[in-house]
Design a protein around this ligand. Structure first.
Ligand SMILES: Nc1ncnc2c1ncn2[C@@H]1O[C@H](COP(=O)(O)OP(=O)(O)OP(=O)(O)O)[C@@H](O)[C@H]1O
Ligand SMILES: [Mg+2]
Length: 157
């Protein structure tokens, strides 16, 4: 599935729609260049799950931020500054990714071996003045998820 995001508001809105349809245990892997919009998209996802937008900050230095949504906890990772896969264990990555709550992983592509087998991949590419989002389901859960998302009227806002 591909969507053109003409401005920042469109990126955040896509996130909100993804968050609205997210379920316990979901994992969204976000990739794209520096400044592609991964954190903004994450803010939208968290908002869709009931987290106040201002709570969501880039976890580039913290590696992991945790927010409490309406019903689900949101685990927001940024793996950019991580050097070794072993460090993922230290921060409890395996327990979070695919465990209780919804997990968002910026720069997930840096540690492909460590990612859960089933996940939604969201790639953000710079295109014109905006971005192109390419969403790829890995596993049956995310195929269903994208069908629902594709039908959501809020996507065209
Ligand atoms: N669709 C869009 N069109 C234009 N600008 C956008 C769009 N989406 C996001 N941006 C802008 O891109 C900038 C970078 O966003 P953000 O910090 O979310 O990127 P990032 O991918 O998380 O970066 P990093 O790799 O450093 O973590 C922000 O200023 C944001 O407003
Ligand atoms: Mg970021």
């Amino acid at each position: 599935m591909e969507i053109y995001l003409k401005d920042s508001a469109a990126t955040e809105n896509l996130g909100r729609v993804l968050g609205k349809h997210a379920q316990d245990g979901d994992v969204f892997c976000l990739s794209g260049d520096l400044g592609a919009g991964k954190t903004l998209l994450s803010r939208g996802v968290a908002a869709g799950l009931g987290v106040a937008s201002e709570e969501v900050t880039s976890p580039t230095f913290a590696i992991l931020n945790i927010y409490q949504g309406r019903e689900l906890e949101v685990h927001h990772f940024d793996l950019y500054r991580l050097n070794r896969a072993e460090e993922l264990e230290d921060i409890g990555f395996d327990e979070y990714a695919g465990g209780d709550g919804v997990t968002l992983i910026e720069w997930a592509e840096l540690f492909p071996e460590q990612l859960p087998e089933e996940r939604l991949q969201v790639e953000l590419r710079l295109e014109g003045a905006g971005r192109r989002a390419v969403l790829t389901p890995v596993g049956e859960r995310y195929e269903k998820f994208l069908l629902e998302v594709g039908k959501d009227a809020d996507l065209s806002h």
